[in-house]
Design a protein around this ligand. Structure first.
Ligand code: FAD
Length: 297
């Protein structure tokens, strides 16, 4: 099933992101974990793509298992920056042959090694080129693109970032998924600005439940996201007690999701960090809210 069709239903829904293992030896246990998350029956699940594509086989195996065995629609992430055209063409063929209908088309992060190579020799510089290529493949994929409510770190300013985001949508991105936000107001401001710029496709906010103090540092380093004082107070107070921190972190994420729904957002993408208990608790917290149509247009 195509994700855009799920989004167009306008019922309150939740989706989860999972990641594949880095090593073959952990493949079975990671797959089992992602299947447990699928059992909580989210609207769809996305499976990330390891930088450089070395573990892309795991991405596709996990996506196919979730879809075939659990009936949960999946989206395979695909990055292009360190890949050749041949490799990307093969990947697109493979995704299609596995019956996966949704691709999250990404550039990928610039590793220090990549930064030191000659950019004129790269086959891909930006995600927009990958989106065009997927379109040109002739397969009828539903395509997602990434967006950054707090501006991508490489962009000089938000205006430039939004200009390039519009290029991705014009090239064929059917919907956008945002970098994690811990302050919903940043997402609402961003939404206002991109609508003003003529970007009208659905935008799914990314929410990361922080369930331990170490994860906070990692999340900020990875995303550069702003941590509101209200959230910092939770980490300061409960961070030393794992069980309390987990409960408080899930409650904070749940609160963010409810606020998003109450402000007209119908789908929220949760960075599940491969934690089935976290996914299940959030689904449970929202059990009377999900799958209803509140007349949001
Ligand atoms: P782009 O859209 O190419 O943007 C990157 C930068 O280039 C931005 O500053 C943009 O403004 C600028 N830009 C874009 N087009 C142009 C242009 N034509 N000319 C000049 N500048 C331009 N990484 C992984 O390795 N695997 C994953 O599975 C993965 N999943 C992700 C999921 C989500 C929801 C998000 C938000 C990020 C994910 N990432 C993943 C990280 C992502 O690869 C990085 O954030 C990367 O640095 C940018 O990817 P992008 O697709 O947004 O790139």
């Amino acid at each position: 099933m195509k994700i855009i069709d799920i989004l167009n239903k306008k019922t309150m829904s939740l989706s989860f992101e999972v990641f594949p293992p880095k090593k073959e030896t952990s493949f079975e246990s990671v797959k089992e974990t992602t299947e447990k998350i699928a059992e909580s029956k989210p609207a769809f699940m996305s499976v990330t793509y390891g930088a450089g594509g070395g573990t892309s086989r795991f991405t596709l195996d996990i996506a196919r298992t979730i879809e075939e065995k659990h009936g949960v629609p999946t989206m395979a992430h695909l990055t292009c920056v360190s890949s050749s055209k041949d490799l990307i063409h093969n990947k697109i063929e493979e995704i299609h042959s596995m019956g996966i209908e949704n691709i999250m088309a990404l550039r990928g992060d610039l590793t220090p090694e990549l930064e030191n190579t000659d950019r004129s020799k790269w086959d891909y510089r930006h995600a927009v080129e990958l989106i065009r290529e997927i379109k040109e493949s002739g397969y009828d994929f539903c395509i997602g693109g990434a967006c950054y409510p707090e501006v991508h770190p490489e962009s000089e300013n938000q205006r430039e970032d939004i200009k390039h985001l519009k290029e991705k949508v014009d090239a064929g991105a059917d919907f956008l998924v945002s970098q994690m936000v811990f302050d919903n107001n940043l997402f609402y401001n961003f939404l206002y600005k991109i609508r003003e710029a003529g970007i009208m496709v659905p935008v799914i906010p990314g929410i990361m439940p922080i369930t331990n103090a170490i994860q906070v540092e990692k999340a900020i380093k990875l995303s550069g996201s702003f941590m509101p004082q209200r959230f910092k107070a939770i980490v300061d107070y409960f961070g030393q007690d794992p069980e309390s921190m987990k409960q408080a972190g899930i409650a904070y994420a749940t609160d963010q999701i409810i606020d998003l729904y109450a402000n007209g957002v119908t789908n929220v993408h949760v960075y599940s960090m491969n934690k089935p208990d976290v996914a299940e608790t959030i689904m449970h917290n929202l059990s009377n809210i999900l799958w209803k149509d509140y007349g949001v247009k």
